[in-house]
Design a protein around this ligand. Structure first.
Ligand code: GSH
Length: 184
């Protein structure tokens, strides 16, 4: 989304994670997606790719953030919330865990603070969209998709509205194509 927002054209190579092409592993042995290769530079973290794109073009000021607040949200999302998301998404991998307990932990960790933030402003860091919203909403989308009905029942009206705004956005739709899998 950041690349599209910044108007940067890329050659998109969709990867089958179970069968990673050698050409990808040669530039990025870490073997995770996304990877951006540009002018001899290899960026292997989503946030680095977003940052790189916004440095080139940022028409609506996605990059204008209080960096400490941004980092707090990102650390919470990429750390403990991601762990809970995996537990919630793949209960078979965590047989000892109670799904309602996982949901409760996620609510306390992320949904309640998000709802509180969205009570005082339209987006997580204020009245305008920033890269932090764009970096975090895909995780909340995945969380909601595990049990959409259960998610819908939760009393987090503002968080649901915030999420739906991104899911329904033209920008999101413009990048959510099915691409053919790249084969070397
Ligand atoms: N912190 C990295 C995480 C990248 C990551 O773990 N991506 C997953 C897919 S969402 C992956 O490529 N996993 C490798 C695999 O499943 O083999 C980022 O944000 O780019």
């Amino acid at each position: 989304m950041a690349l599209q927002y910044a108007g940067i054209q890329v050659e998109h190579r969709e990867i089958a994670l179970r069968n990673k092409p050698l050409s990808m592993l040669l530039v990025s042995p870490k073997g995770t997606v996304p990877v951006l290769c540009v002018d001899g530079l290899v960026l292997e973290q989503s946030l680095d790719i977003m940052g790189w794109a916004l440095e080139r073009s940022d028409p609506d000021g996605w990059g204008l953030v209080d960096i400490d607040i941004a980092q707090d949200w990102i650390e919470k999302n990429d750390g403990p919330f991601k762990t809970l998301l995996d537990q919630y998404k793949y209960p078979n991998r965590f047989p000892g865990l109670d799904q309602e307990k996982v949901l409760g932990d996620a609510i306390e960790l992320m949904l309640e603070p998000m709802e509180a933030a969205l009570r005082s402003s339209q987006y997580l860091l204020g009245s305008k969209i920033t890269w932090v919203d764009v970096a975090i909403f895909p995780f909340m989308r995945q969380f909601a998709m595990v049990n959409p009905q259960r998610f819908e029942e939760l009393p987090f009206t503002l968080t649901k509205k915030w999420l739906n705004q991104f899911i329904e956005s033209e920008l999101f739709h413009s990048v959510m194509h099915q691409y053919p899998t790249w084969v070397d």
